[in-house]
Design a binder for this molecule. Structure first.
Ligand SMILES: NC(=O)c1ccc[n+]([C@@H]2O[C@H](COP(=O)([O-])OP(=O)(O)OC[C@H]3O[C@@H](n4cnc5c(N)ncnc54)[C@H](OP(=O)(O)O)[C@@H]3O)[C@@H](O)[C@H]2O)c1
Length: 436
């Protein structure tokens, strides 16, 4: 049986999972592949660090070239994370004619153009299944399972940390800070959670979903992105009263005049598929022309789920090496990828939840309603708590469907009032899932 040598860059959380899966599933992988996958070298920062997976000492190295320059190594698996030195190592591997597997959405978000360009020039592949939704084979499903179909839109929960926090707030009544601390204690959030809770990580994943779904490359930092840090127990209380759940969603639509992409927290109707995605789980709903709606659900992070996605990519590369296959879909799914700028959201229409923070004085309600009306924003319903005398009020307003540019103009005017004590908090209300 042929042996295919691979080199790992990193043996931490995910790298350790990869080593374990290659060891534990060795037989079934060999049966599927008809070849043996051998981990030839493993780059780490600190060889002496205790590891909870069995990596023979003689495989470990702190010298990148011992992996990258090894002529036997055909596949380099980058699981270091971050931008540098990951970018330099990946480019070096590609230039040496090695295929690359990575889980690094931040790297692909920032340097995808350079990396995929260099891979095309050198005739090698860069696979990245684990970079989106951890263990869910969403990129492979979009790239191969739906290769015959036209993907129209996607909507999903792709950041497990945000979902864990919002879920703990909704189901256990936690505050944002307590829920974040619980996510950190459970290993679902990093010490610096900014990329997750600010929506940056979700935007990076959305850019990769758009790449594989629509054949367009967008800069993740150009995607309108809103995090979850302003969500209070009050929003969850309102969501319960109105029959919604607060979720951080990523949406993508392939419009003729360009891709529409956005990440934002939203009120999701209870009973819809995304409302039932709990804890660190992820889900992506896809709408394609022939199949209609399909759902991809599973663990969005963690050692073994993410490791499984990485090993699937390793097997795919090895299958190519085994069969010298021509014509397999390229990792980016499209033979030609176009650069694109996400469309502005101005023309989007939505119903909205607004929470306006005002003093408890006569006439405020009328002024708020008139301001919204003057900008074409109709009120569907209002709800106001009954505070003590002289205490400010959280006035909740549900709008009728309105275009984004009208709503934004109304919010600007509203927040300029002396009466409005804090920026108005707005959440979109997603429509219920359509019934076929
Ligand atoms: N964790 C998840 O659930 C998850 C899910 C999806 C995607 N990802 C992505 O997977 C990648 C890896 O994440 P992880 O959680 O496995 O990270 P991790 O636990 O921090 O592991 C990083 C590994 O890389 C090694 N390393 C770091 N910097 C290095 C350097 N400059 N030179 C040599 N070795 C270096 C570390 O060596 P030492 O062991 O000696 O410290 C460690 O083995 C990231 O891109 C992440 O975004 C992770």
């Amino acid at each position: 049986m042929r042996t295919i040598a691979i080199g790992l860059l990193g043996a931490g959380n995910v790298g350790g999972g990869v080593v374990r899966i290659l060891q534990e599933n060795r037989e079934s992988i060999e049966r599927r592949l008809g070849a043996r996958v051998q981990v030839k070298r493993v780059l780490v920062r600190d060889k002496a660090r205790g590891r909870d997976v069995n990596v023979p000492d003689d495989l470990l190295t702190t010298v990148a070239d011992e992996v990258l320059a090894d002529p036997d190594v055909r596949v380099v698996v980058e699981l270091i994370g971050g931008i540098e030195p990951a970018r330099s190592y990946v480019l070096d591997a590609i230039r040496r004619g090695k295929h690359v597997v990575t889980a690094n959405k931040a790297l692909l978000g920032l340097h995808g153009r350079e990396i995929f360009g260099e891979a095309a020039r050198c005739g090698v592949s860069v696979f990245f299944e684990a970079s989106v939704a951890g263990g869910i084979p969403i990129l492979r499903s979009l790239r191969e399972g739906l290769a015959s179909d036209e993907i129209l839109r996607l909507q999903g929960i792709v950041n497990g940390t945000s979902n864990y926090i919002l879920d703990a707030m909704a189901r256990q009544g936690s505050t944002y800070d307590d829920a974040l601390a619980a996510a950190q204690a459970a290993g679902y959030a990093e010490a610096d959670p900014a990329a997750d809770v600010e929506g940056i990580d979700a935007a990076q994943k959305l850019a990769l979903l758009a790449l594989v779904s629509f054949g367009v490359r967008v800069d993740p930092s150009a995607i309108p992105t809103e995090g979850i840090t302003r969500i209070r127990p009050f929003e969850h209380q309102m969501a319960r009263e109105f029959g919604w759940v607060v979720k951080s969603v990523a949406v993508a639509r392939n419009d003729p005049d360009g891709p529409l992409l956005a990440v934002f927290p939203a009120m999701v109707p209870r009973g819809s598929l995304l409302a039932d995605v709990h804890g660190p789980y992820n889900a992506v709903q896809v709408e394609s022309r022939a199949l209609g709606r399909s759902l991809y659900y599973g663990r969005g992070a963690g050692r073994m789920p993410t490791g499984a996605a990485v090993v699937s990519d390793i097997i795919e590369v090895c299958r190519g090496l085994q069969s010298f296959a021509e014509g397999r879909p390229p990792p980016q799914a499209f033979a030609r990828v176009e650069e694109a700028t996400p469309k502005p959201l101005d023309g989007e229409r939505s119903e909205n939840y607004l929470c306006v923070h005002v003093p408890n004085v006569p006439g405020v309600l009328g002024r708020v309603a008139s301001c919204l009306g003057a900008h074409g924003v109709s009120i569907q319903r209002m709800n106001q708590d009954t505070p003590g005398e002289n205490e400010p009020v959280d006035m909740v307003i549900l709008t009728e469907t309105v275009e984004e540019h009208e709503l934004q103009a109304a919010l600007r005017a509203l927040d300029a009032f002396d009466d409005v004590l804090a920026p108005t908090h707005r959440l979109r209300i997603l429509p219920p899932d359509p019934v076929d």
